[in-house]
Design a protein around this ligand. Structure first.
Ligand code: ZN
Length: 357
């Protein structure tokens, strides 16, 4: 399996997030992607290639032009302002009943385009954000050109980002950009399966009114976990998209025995949709050893998860999302990808669901 990766993500570093009474180092650090690539290299997983640059056009298929402008300029405007601090971050948000006004202040803009305070900007952020999107788009191109599977080692992650909001460590929605790119290059239907511990609120919102991209997410119940305000069971999609969004909220303590039952339902839905391609939003934060979350998926289970998804036998792009156990994210990712390949080999021996159409 080909992996797409760039060292550019290291420019998005020194990030701070709110913790307790202070701002503390963010759990979303360069070590995450670096350890993923280290594991793939050490265990000779496959070829690692650099991303292509797709320019703004592909980004604008998902994101608003003014939001893109904001992302590009946020750090420069912060530096030019009277604001002090190593991280540009919002403190005022557009609450219900307020105006989504075009403020000139960078602090205002940070609030206008963020839904939380976890996605700061530093000097190298934009380059890392853009490259991360290019990694996903390059992965989508590999699938379009006939690769059966590819891995987009993206950082920063993307599934919380909407058309015009950053949040949850995410800025551009990498998996949505990839899915859109597949649709634009001829795929009739694409499934995005999000197995990150957190609900992929950005991805859901982006495709909520559409029936060409089926969005499925398994995640910790938003009643008790971030992002709190989306990801419930009764969110089926709207208009033409009604029936094309499926959420599976799960309780704290979910282990593989209960997870795989729900994953099987999700995979049945994916199969029934008869998609041309699958995009997996791969968060490794369902891991039992993740310091920020409350599921009980083990390192060995990630191989089982990959195999179950691989058995769909679909052209599959895996896009890296969350996962905050820096010591284990590499092995867990490798296990998932190895499992995916095993599952695919298994399904290749069976008649392809695509061939029946
Ligand atoms: Zn997550």
């Amino acid at each position: 399996m080909i992996t797409v990766y760039s060292d550019d993500h290291n420019l998005h570093c020194g990030l701070l997030g709110p913790r307790g009474d202070a701002w503390a180092p963010s759990a979303e650090s360069p070590l995450r992607a670096n350890n993923v690539i280290k594991s793939l290299r050490e265990q000779d997983f496959g070829e690692i290639i650099a991303p292509k640059d797709f320019g703004d056009e592909k980004l604008l298929r998902i994101h608003e032009p003014d939001y893109l402008q904001f992302l590009k300029n946020a750090w420069v405007e912060w530096e030019a302002s009277n604001e002090k601090g190593s991280n540009a971050r919002p403190d005022t948000f557009v609450g219900a009943g307020m105006r989504y006004a075009e403020t000139e202040s960078i602090v205002g803009k940070l609030g206008r385009y963020s839904f939380d305070a976890t996605s700061p900007f530093v000097a190298g952020s934009w380059q890392a954000i853009r490259t991360s999107a290019n990694i996903a788009l390059t992965g989508a191109e590999l699938i379009r050109k006939g690769e059966r599977a590819a891995f987009a080692a993206c950082r920063p992650p993307g599934h919380h980002a909407t058309t015009r909001y950053c949040g949850g460590y995410c800025y551009l929605n990498n998996n949505s950009l990839a899915a859109q790119s597949l649709i634009d290059s001829g795929a009739k239907r694409v499934v995005i399966l999000d197995v990150d511990y957190h609900h992929g609120n950005g991805t859901q919102t982006i495709f909520y009114g559409r029936n060409d991209v089926l969005t499925i997410s398994l995640h910790a119940d938003p009643k008790i976990e971030y992002p709190f305000f989306l990801g419930y069971e009764d969110e089926p999609g709207e208009g033409q998209g009604h029936g094309f969004n499926i959420n599976y909220p799960l309780p704290f303590g979910t282990d593989w025995d209960s997870y795989r039952v729900v994953l099987n339902y999700a995979l049945q839905e994916a199969r029934r949709f008869a998609p041309d391609a699958l995009v997996v939003a791969l968060g490794l934060d369902t891991f039992a050893g993740d310091p920020t979350t409350f599921f009980e998926i083990t390192t060995a289970d990630f191989q089982r998860m990959g195999a179950a998804i691989g058995e769909l036998g679909l052209p599959t792009l895996v896009v890296l999302e969350g996962g905050y156990s820096v010591d284990w994210i590499g092995q867990n990712t490798l296990n998932f990808l190895t499992g995916l390949e095993t599952g695919r080999e298994e399904s290749d021996r069976l008649p392809s669901p695509m061939a029946e159409r």
